[in-house]
Write a protein of this length. Structure first.
Length: 621
């Protein structure tokens, strides 16, 4: 059943809505205008549109606090209700440079210098030097929302910008935006450059959409995996060991083991073989693969071992290629399907790190398929089927699918690109999945399919990727012996279903709000003995459950019954069994579940049967 929040959130997924992008871009400029008017001496940097709104970076003599936001918001509404015009102007490079220098805006100057010679330079005004009383009946805004405010002639503002923007500020509904938060941000994300202050905002076409978004955001905060990860004792990020590195605590490690065990079994049943590869390799390997040239900024520095440079791996792909090249393969052996839970390490700036979602060390559920050209469609379909099977078992049944085609700069023959792209389309059509075509959005080495999963509150998460690769087989001179006894290049398909275990685990926590289904719960049953007298029976029950493969434990805290029940609820234990004298005498258990409520008094055998059925169905008890 789809929740009302999930249904409502459908209207928020409007990434291709041109008007909404203009609203957000214009809101960013209005906010910057207001900030500079309210806080003299403030310099502006950049103010782009985001997935849910906008932000602007400021170099300002004051320290922004949440208390500043209502004042800024109020003044933004005055500008909107005054319905100031938004005017584009093409400018001469030297003339605008002189104006910027006179204004003392160093960030504008740096942006101007970054614009290539010969490119048209534009700026956008809010208001105009010769504007008096401003209300425009052609603006698409309810007349009742407009205030016929007299704007002094010199009240205007501009910034360098390529646009697009609205024509009038009044096209924004004054109750459809909100300023959300303040953060620090290095200029250009570079830690060696000045630290700026960033104000985030959100904006929508209608106030109703804003309210849906705010409600969704409130729910998302309750589900924040970082908070729940601490409360439920699942994992931690230890700063003393270096940021972005995940420490899996016993309960989180149990869930990870369950996920990994499930993943391996699913792959073996689907015709894959498992690999284990090293964590480091000679730097020359990464030069051969091209990662050193194209991916260097995301790689940790190399280390020297016996006068040779070694690189900790950012990818698993080259290792699988070397495994393939260890022997010559015949066309009769293909396809080869090799999968690995391989841990990789990538350098992320500290400001980009975010719980489990953005880390420096993570385990990819990588797989590579080496096949013949005429096997691509069948292999892609097999991957889609396996992806659907795995994601649905974890509770994800709604997807957004994107097909990315050949970019302007690419490697590989036209014939092979067409064959691969057609194979991806054929597989998607066979599945009956709707998909969005991203023309020219593929990697330079092949077309790809990206799958975003929708969680319990309607958010989309990028997860699974299927990528055809014409580059690595060429770089590594990969071959197979064809039917005519000639040597030919195999087709290589990269594929990940979770993306990374860490990130997928974070998504799971937020999707379930930490309330995992029985099959995934780190503790499935907690026994709550009401006194010392029933301890022997509690030990007998817990040992029986453990021998049967259930994850069970006893609460030996000695606290009152009400408190230990409350503790189990806070820790989101799926099943609790209260044991008192009556239960000992009748060899039963008094069962309460998080999903099904009070099941009453049942015997141990019945409990085991019910739990086993729920685990097999991956449902709640």
């Amino acid at each position: 059943m789809v929740s009302s929040l999930t249904q409502s959130s459908q209207s928020l997924n409007q990434k291709d809505n041109d008007k909404l992008q203009r609203i957000r871009h214009t809101c960013a400029h209005i906010m910057a205008m207001v900030v500079q008017k309210l806080y003299p001496g403030t310099k502006v940097a950049i103010g782009p549109v985001t997935e849910t709104g906008f932000f602007y970076d400021f170099d300002t003599p004051i320290n922004f606090t949440p208390e500043n936001l209502p004042k800024i918001t109020k003044e933004m509404r005055r500008i909107i209700k005054a319905n100031l015009p938004i005017i584009q102007e093409v400018v001469d490079r030297e003339e605008i440079k002189a104006e910027i220098v006179e204004l003392g805006e160093p960030y504008k100057l740096e942006i101007l210098d970054s614009i290539p010679e010969g490119e048209i330079i534009t700026r956008y005004f809010i208001g105009s030097p010769d504007v008096g009383k401003i209300t425009d009946p052609t603006a698409q805004i309810e007349p009742s929302l407009l205030e016929p405010v007299v704007i002094p002639p010199k009240i205007y503002w501009w910034d360098l910008c390529a646009g697009p923007h609205l024509n009038f500020a009044g096209e924004i509904h004054p109750d459809s935006f909100a300023l959300e938060s303040i953060a620090g941000a290095y200029w250009h994300g570079d830690e060696t450059k000045p630290m700026l202050q960033r104000i985030y905002g959100t904006a929508w076409e209608m106030p109703e959409q804003l309210q849906i978004y705010l409600k969704q955001k409130e729910e998302a905060l309750k589900r924040d995996h970082r908070k729940l990860g601490t409360v439920l004792k699942l994992f931690s990020i230890q700063d003393s060991a270096g940021g972005g590195l995940v420490f899996w605590h016993p309960r989180g490690a149990k869930i990870r083991y369950i996920i990994e065990d499930y993943w391996r079994k699913a792959h073996l049943e689907s015709g894959y073989e498992l690999l284990y590869t090293p964590h480091v390799a000679n730097l020359d390997l990464w030069k051969t693969s091209g990662h050193f040239d194209f991916y260097r900024e995301s790689m940790f520095d190399s280390m020297e071992v016996e006068n040779q440079a070694y690189q900790i791996k950012p990818m698993n792909c080259p290792f699988h290629v070397l495994t393939y090249k260890n022997e010559l393969h015949s066309y009769r052996e293909l396809p080869l399907r090799w999968a690995e839970l391989g841990t990789v390490y990538r350098y992320e700036r500290s400001g980009a790190l975010h719980g489990l979602m953005r880390v420096r060390g993570f385990t990819q559920d990588d797989a590579h398929i080496f096949c013949l050209p005429n096997q691509i469609a069948d292999e892609i379909l097999r991957v889609l089927n396996l992806t659907e099977h795995i994601l649905s078992d974890f509770g994800f049944k709604d997807y957004e699918v994107n097909l990315s085609t050949r970019p302007e700069k690419s490697v590989g023959e036209n014939e092979v690109w067409e064959l691969a792209t057609t194979a991806l389309i054929e597989a998607l059509n066979t599945k009956g999945w709707n998909y969005i075509v991203d023309e020219g959005g593929g990697a330079f080495y092949g077309p790809k399919i990206d799958i975003k999963i929708k969680d319990a509150i309607g958010r989309l998460w990028q997860c699974s990727t299927i990528q055809v690769d014409f580059n690595l087989p060429e770089r590594f001179d990969m071959e197979y012996v064809a039917a005519d006894n000639t040597r030919k290049r195999p087709i290589m398909i990269h594929r990940a279903i979770f993306g990374s275990l860490e990130r997928f685990f974070g998504i799971l926590i937020e999707n379930y709000a930490g309330d995992f289904p029985l099959w995934l719960a780190p503790i499935q049953v907690r026994l709550l003995p009401v006194s010392e007298e029933v301890q022997d029976y509690a030990l007998l029950v817990v040992n029986t459950l453990k021998k049967a493969g259930f994850r069970a434990e006893i609460d030996n805290s000695g606290e009152r019954l009400g408190k230990i029940i409350r503790t189990a609820e806070l820790e989101k234990i799926p099943v609790v069994a209260v044991i008192g004298k009556k239960e000992v005498e009748t060899h039963t258990l008094s069962i309460r579940t998080r999903k099904g409520g009070d099941l009453g008094v049942i015997n141990l055998t019945e409990l085991q049967e019910r739990m086993q059925q729920a685990i097999e169905k991956k449902s709640s008890l």
